[in-house]
Design a protein around this ligand. Structure first.
Ligand code: FES
Length: 354
């Protein structure tokens, strides 16, 4: 099943869904005084009260399963905003639901990489099994299904999340079994991260409250090991290619060997070298020997904790002189691939999943 422009599903997928917030069901428990107190607790965390709106909307979802009209009104009252202002925020972000959600929210990444590796087939199969389209809930209230944009785990594509916990490297069969288990009331362990709870539980956590029953359960969730390790393919590739992030813009900093001084992000900063505003030219040092700056840069490379940090430190080393002194526009940008290391067309540097 594909989202067609103009169809109800298509408008939702493309973010053009203008449907209003759905009225609360008659049997939905009202927001209690305790919820209002929790909202005030959130507000107290911020210098500006309105900064609390996003976690407050998660709080509403944790109690009522979606952003209800009652929840919008509560947020508006507590923050001194209009309901229209609260509604504008609640309808902007896809994590805020305008219709009642199921016990679990199943998100299938159908962005490019996941789609070509089967994400769309997974979504279509789940849609058929559940009898729902995007942003709709199965009749038994167990699962809400949605398309998702890139979930930032492309090297584990195709990716499905349940209540924002990762189930990596899925295929149609494994995803169907996952959802069948959810409908039976089971909670299969995610491939990474904390144990699965449910949509309301994770909404409570996103509001900044504990969703676990006590310190031991919380510690177990934080320490939970997954079947798959963290996604580090990008870091490894960057290290192999000698790539690093470009230096942060900002005022020149003192040399690193100044007691307590911050690390320089670029040779020009390490040496007090000038950037000439318009041309942003870095002045060559003209040094011939090992300077304190170079020694400090050597130490940073040696002390790097991981390959990516080492590559970044090497990139910022004063002895990286080939590009030093050239106008910035002609310097090698940190995220470019050096021509000499560009992989041949048609080859993949890893297992083809990233
Ligand atoms: S495209 Fe699916 S996680 Fe990035």
């Amino acid at each position: 099943m594909s989202a067609l422009p103009g169809s109800a599903e298509g408008t939702a997928v493309t973010g053009l869904d203008s449907s209003p917030v759905e009225p609360a069901a008659a049997d939905l428990p009202p927001l209690t005084e305790q919820v209002r107190l929790e909202a005030r607790e959130i507000i107290a965390r911020y210098p500006q009260p309105r900064s609390a709106l996003l976690p407050m909307l998660h709080l509403v979802q944790s109690h009522q399963g979606y952003v209800t009209p009652e929840g919008v009104a509560l947020c508006a009252e507590e923050l001194g905003l209009t309901k229209a202002e609260v509604g504008a925020v609640a309808t902007f972000y896809t994590m805020y639901k305008r219709r009642p959600t199921g016990r679990h929210l199943v998100s299938v990444c159908t962005n490019t990489l996941c789609a070509v590796l089967g994400g769309q087939r997974i979504f279509d199969a789940l849609s058929r099994d559940l009898g729902v389209h995007h942003d709709e809930t199965a009749a038994d209230g167990s699962v809400t299904l949605e398309h998702a944009e890139c979930l930032a785990a492309c090297d584990y594509a195709p990716v499905v999340t349940v209540d924002y916990e990762f189930y990596d490297q899925q295929d149609v069969d494994s995803a169907r079994e996952l959802v069948a288990a959810l409908r039976r009331g089971e909670k299969p362990h995610p491939t990474r991260g904390a144990p699965l709870t449910d949509f309301r539980g994770v909404s409570r956590q996103l509001a900044g409250f504990d969703q676990y029953g006590g310190e031991a359960a919380r510690a177990a969730a934080v320490d939970a090991e997954g079947a798959i390790g963290p996604t580090l393919a990008g870091l490894r590739l960057a290290a192999e290619r000698g790539e690093s992030a470009p230096p942060m813009p900002g005022p020149a900093r003192p040399p690193a060997d100044t007691a307590g001084g911050p690390r320089p992000a670029h040779p020009s900063q390490a040496q007090g070298g000038a950037r000439d505003g318009a041309g942003e030219t870095v002045r060559p040092s003209g040094r011939t020997g090992e300077t304190p700056e170079e020694e400090a840069a050597d130490a940073r490379v040696a002390a790097a904790d991981n390959p990516a940090e080492r590559a970044g430190a090497a990139q910022a080393h004063p002895d990286k002189g080939a590009e030093y002194g050239q106008p910035r526009g002609r310097q090698h940008a940190g995220t470019e691939t050096p021509p000499a290391t560009e992989p041949a067309t048609g080859t993949t540097p890893t297992d083809g999943k990233a």
